[in-house]
Design a protein around this ligand. Sequence first.
Ligand SMILES: Cc1cc2nc3c(=O)[nH]c(=O)nc-3n(C[C@H](O)[C@H](O)[C@H](O)COP(=O)(O)O)c2cc1C
Length: 339
Amino acid sequence: MAEPALTLDQLKLLATAAGAAPSVHNSQPWRLRPTPDARGMLVFGDPERAVAIADPMGRALHVSVGAAVFNLRVGAGRLGRAASVSLLPDPADPHLLAEIGLDEPAARHPFGHHLYPAIRNRHSSRQPFTNRDIPETVLGELIEAARQEEVVLSPLEEDGVLRVLRVTAEAERRTAADLARQAETRSWLRLEAPASDGIPAAALGPQDRDARVPMRDFTAGRPDAPAAAPRHFEPLPQLCLLITQTDQPADWLRTGQALEHVWLLATVHGLRASVLHQAVEWPETRWRLRDPEDPPHHVQLMLRLGYGPPGPATPRRPIEEILDLTDYHDNVGYGESSA
Ligand SMILES: Cc1cc2nc3c(=O)[nH]c(=O)nc-3n(C[C@H](O)[C@H](O)[C@H](O)COP(=O)(O)O)c2cc1C
C-alpha cells in the first residue's frame, strides 16, 4: 500500500541526513524539494556552490550530491520507507540530479538500518593512522558496498600505493603553484567561526613529516592559518580507488553513493577515512592514477582508510537553507503545527 505524504518532521530528518554528507571543500552543493505529492524528494545540484576552477565539469559536485543521495536512502530506511532512485530524471533540467520515490513501505529489514547512526559519526580524519592492517573480510565488505552502487572499489597493493602517492604529490605541487586555484581553496577556508560551510581550523590536519602522504593544504598559503606541526604518517597507507567504466554525470552520482556507502560502513567497522582528490583535479595526473595494466577505466576518487582518531565534526548549513518547502506548505503541509 502506498505510504502517506511525508510529514514535516520526516522531511527534516531526510534533509538532515542528506546534509551531513561529505562534499568537496564542504561546499554542500545541494538543494532539496519534496515532490508535489510529498511522497518523494527532488535533489538538485547548486551551481552557485560549485568549486569552479578545480572542478570545471562539476564532477566533484555530482560526487558530493551522490553522497547526499545515499544518505537520503539510508534516512528513508529509518522512516520505514523504500527509496527508489532515478538519476538525472529530467533531461530538460540539468540541475535536477535525482528524484527519490518514497511512497512504498520498506522491506522487513529497511535499507541501511545499520548505517544510519554512522551518518552523524562519519568525519574526515586528516590525522596519521596506525599501522594496523584492515582485515580482508572488512575490505571485502567495502568492495561489495561499492559494487552495489555499480562502482569498483580497488584497494591498492604496495606498488599501486607508491604510484598514486607520487602522482598525488605532483598534483598537490601543481595546485600550490596555481594562483587561481590557491585563491579558490582559500575562499573555502573558514578560520573565523562560526560558519555553516567550508573547512574550519579544527579540521585542518598536519602534513606528513616524511613527505610520503601528500595531504591537501587547505590553507593554500594563507599567512594567518594555524600551522599544525608535521607528523609521521603511516608508512604505507591503505589507499583505495573508486573506479567507473564510463565518465558521465550518472557515473559521478553513482561514485558519490558508493563513496558514502563505503565510508558509512567503514565507520561502523571503526575505520577512519580521508579523501585524497588532488590528482583527480588535473586531467593529466588523473589519467596516471590508473593502473596501466588494467583495461580502460576512469578513476573518480581516492580514499585513504585506516585506524586512528575520528576527526572533528564540521559545520553544516541549516536545513531551512537546503530544504525548499514553499510548495509543500502551499499544497500539503497547510495546517501542520510546526513550521
Ligand atoms: C569530491 C570530494 C573531494 C574531496 N577532496 C578532498 C581532498 O582532496 N582532501 C581532503 O582532505 N578532503 C577531501 N574531501 C572531503 C571533504 O573536504 C569533507 O567531506 C568536507 O570538508 C566535510 O567534512 P566531513 O567529511 O568531516 O564531513 C573531499 C570530498 C569529496 C566529496
